[in-house]
Design a protein around this ligand. Sequence first.
Ligand code: NAP
Length: 324
Amino acid sequence: MTHAIRVHETGGPEKLRWEVVEVGKPGAGEVRLRHTAIGVDYADIYYRTGVYPTALPIVPGHEAVGIVEEVGAGVNDVSIGDRVAYVTQEIGAYAETRVIPSRHLIRLPPAISDNEAAAIILKGMTVRYLVCETYNVKANDVVLVHAAAGGVGLVLCQWLKHLGATVIGTVSNEHKAELAKANGCAHTIDYTREDFVQRVHDLTDGRKVPVVYDSIGKDTFARSLDCLAPEGLLIVFGHTSGKVTPFDLMLLATKGSLYVTRPTLWSRLKNKEDLVSRANEVFSKVGEGTVRITIGQTYPLREAPRAHMDLESRKTIGTTILSV
Ligand SMILES: NC(=O)c1ccc[n+]([C@@H]2O[C@H](COP(=O)([O-])OP(=O)(O)OC[C@H]3O[C@@H](n4cnc5c(N)ncnc54)[C@H](OP(=O)(O)O)[C@@H]3O)[C@@H](O)[C@H]2O)c1
């Protein structure tokens, strides 16, 4: 038996229930992992609220770090006692212990702590595809990043700066503005008080930007389009304010032959090779100092409701960790 956070019906943070659950023995190709650190992602909230519909009950969570406790038949890539991390579309990370296929596991370099690995692995891989694949960022690009002081945001700003881009970041308060500036933003805009379209126009002398990284969705979508130069790309990679409502495609024509995409990390992780090579690239970016990890807040796993409450009410900075 172990403890896990389960959701039996969708709703607010109070629907995250700390329960005793049974963990079976690992089957063929599986291991049983004792978690030490779990990364919180905004997607965990989409599952809890039903924005991502799924059969219930669920244990949320896409990523964690832990120690291999038992291996099933045919597992030869990890051994009992190994320290590993995983990122997978198969939710279930909000638990003290989990059985999981070994193909999802990544060995951790000694220099990175459990909390750091849980904080960076999914977010780092996300940023990697956003800046190198969804759009190939070039030196001297001026780019707009919403929620610049968030978990993904701080990593994104640092990676963009490393590529030579000038980053304009939106944030909701002064503290977040300072943090975003310390992590690669050349300019910040408080989008709760300022007109970010006008500020982007002014900061770029009317040229606007070739790409906008928008994880806010509904509240920012239309205005993000207005920040784009002709043939610019709006990357909607999340929707913390709600899903983007349907729109007339002609809007993209009238605003200058624009592009919109809604990508997901899961399309980029097709096999173990993808997973390991991307994870190692993220770890080397951390090792060489290109990306610093900001763990803004840590909660015991059983206090996951408080973690969700703080994340949803925009109180958090950087990444949130659940410790076990
Ligand atoms: N597509 C992918 O592959 C992928 C992978 C990972 C994450 N994501 C997405 O990336 C985004 C960031 O995830 P994260 O875990 O790092 O979260 P986060 O950015 O740390 O937290 C969300 C931030 O969004 C901002 N925000 C603006 N309007 C909001 C609203 N109405 N409600 C709540 N927050 C609002 C807040 O920053 P301010 O206070 O500064 O406004 C808040 O701190 C999420 O949308 C997530 O789904 C996508």
